[in-house]
Design a protein around this ligand. Sequence first.
Ligand SMILES: CC(C)(COP(=O)(O)OP(=O)(O)OC[C@H]1O[C@@H](n2cnc3c(N)ncnc32)[C@H](O)[C@@H]1OP(=O)(O)O)[C@@H](O)C(=O)NCCC(=O)NCCS
Length: 146
Amino acid sequence: MTTQQNPPATNQRARLPEGKMPELRVMPAPSDANVYGDVFGGWIMAQVDIAGSLPATRRANGRVATIAVNSFLFKHPVFVGDLLSFYADIVKVGNTSITVYVEVYAERNRLQADVVKVTEATLTYVATGPDRKPRQLPPIESLIQQ
Ligand SMILES: CC(C)(COP(=O)(O)OP(=O)(O)OC[C@H]1O[C@@H](n2cnc3c(N)ncnc32)[C@H](O)[C@@H]1OP(=O)(O)O)[C@@H](O)C(=O)NCCC(=O)NCCS
């Protein structure tokens, strides 16, 4: 019989960002991890891509495609049962592209007091049309009026 132990508390305590809503909150399952209970980096990357695409889609007022993962840092491991919060902020807007900074925080052991910033990444999305080609971003004023 195997016993599932709580991961150790980390000394690297953080707080969830105040006054901001996460784009995504998700808890990895055993199928998302290796036999030691460490969550696969690829699974985290997929969730980061989804979280980053949400503000990009709002800014593009339509579909976007990921063109680049500019940076990715897995600073601390993620364990099965961590509650992950993904915060995403647009840091740069071009003619067709939107660059988004994503931070991921883990609440460990089902305790909000045990918070660790586990991952940060910067990704670039391109607004695309129905033909899947780059599309000029709409002016920001047109979004505010909606
Ligand atoms: C996204 C896609 C439609 C863009 O078409 P493209 O002809 O390659 O794009 P362009 O060269 O015209 O560049 C479009 C924008 O991306 C930016 N860009 C291009 N290469 C980039 C890179 N390596 N890093 C960051 N931005 C980049 C350009 O600067 C431009 O931005 P701007 O218009 O704001 O100045 C096309 O590359 C594509 O379909 N890629 C596959 C998308 C995909 O399947 N993603 C999921 C993969 S897992």
